[in-house]
Design a protein around this ligand. Sequence first.
Ligand SMILES: [Zn+2]
Length: 469
Amino acid sequence: MVLNRWYYQIPVMQPRKRQDITRQNVETLFISKDFQDTLAHRLGGAVQIPAIAYDDMGLVGKDPRWEVFYQFSDYLTKTFPRIYEALRVETVSTHGLLYTWQGSAQDLKPLLFMAHSDVVPAGESTSLQWTYPPFSGHYDGEYIWGRGSEDDKSNLIAMLTAIESLLGCEFKPCRTLILSIGFDEEGGADRSYGARCLADTLLKRYGNDGIELIFDEGIAGIERRFGTDFALPATAEKGYVDVDVKLDVPGGHSSTPPDHTAIGFQAQIINLIEDHPFTSQLIRQNPTLTFFRQAAVLSKSMPQELRDAILGKKSSEKFLEYMDRDRERRAMVRTSTAITMAQSGDKVNSLPETATFVINHRIALHESAQAVKDYYIALLRPWAKKWHFNFDAFGVMERNREDSQTRSNDNNDCGDLTLTAQYELEPSPISDTEDPRFSWLAGVIKGVFGEDVVVAPELLTGVYIEPLH
Ligand SMILES: [Zn+2]
């Protein structure tokens, strides 16, 4: 009999050699008010340093706005003295931080944990909307307020605190542990310049496939769904592409207009696109499917009808219907289409000669940037033919009008339709939750947060690419 892994929760994993640490840390230290306050103040202090990465930042060393990052690393040195004594700490491209905790077993590949120290700006215009100022790091006894309190100084301070606590117990790792801390995840002169240099350093040092497991920021914390606590490590991320659509038509005076202006044509095409969304599909490897299957088996309050739709025979169609009904869920199974910017016309009495708009996509796991392009070629080709528009689809030209049909002749329906793609990023590879190494993560999460917490994979839908300026 073949057993599907998702029916089973991974067993709790406890440290074998130093069980005293688990007792001391999990059962006493982590839940103590003193420890929680210390941790909150450490994070609050980190939030108070406005380590902002602006989009238009110049290079490190040239743009003085990077200087504050020195203050940030000084803060870490002061806050975690044991770490700076016991670990090797290097700087990479000035503000990138690389911590190496050398393990005793040379033959084991290291674990890599990543975070970033920078935050996005908190615009002047929003200053009145903050409950507490964005760089106050205010601790109200329960929450820490401000920029970076979640994204991503919380991860950084948590990781450093965990190591500091282990050093306090005189723990010595078998396996080498690396922390890689970038400083320009949110913006900067050259997107991910810091992260790229850190990656190059690690690749040179450990080689291809030289790291056992990599952890980075993703879905944070424990979430309650269907009456059950879930820890949801993201094991895949959707892709990204912007498609720019441009229409060129003859201009003229608004007193003698054709049937459709550039804006009218633009509206037709937008309508066509919104009426033909991408197809939803649930591929076997989609972590969302694994999450729902686990939830169907293990959660306390899932409606029976949904449980049947997930687990029953011939269930997939019903389940897909359920996923499609809500836009948050739909994003898990479909390439999203959002028309986010449009421009045309600048004078009330002149016919606009161009109209442009951008369609933003998060590419589903079963598709690719090329599939998105093919989709638009198939969708818009008949439209271009019908209206005698030359169709330049991602660099391939299809002529639909005679050269004699110039922009000034009577038939001024004709024009040019041009599609281009920007910021293409394919969906990420999918980490395999059947791999025994996933059970290390899941087992440890249960060891720390309790056996009742269900650990299931999830899909990240919100990859954000900041255009280079
Ligand atoms: Zn982040």
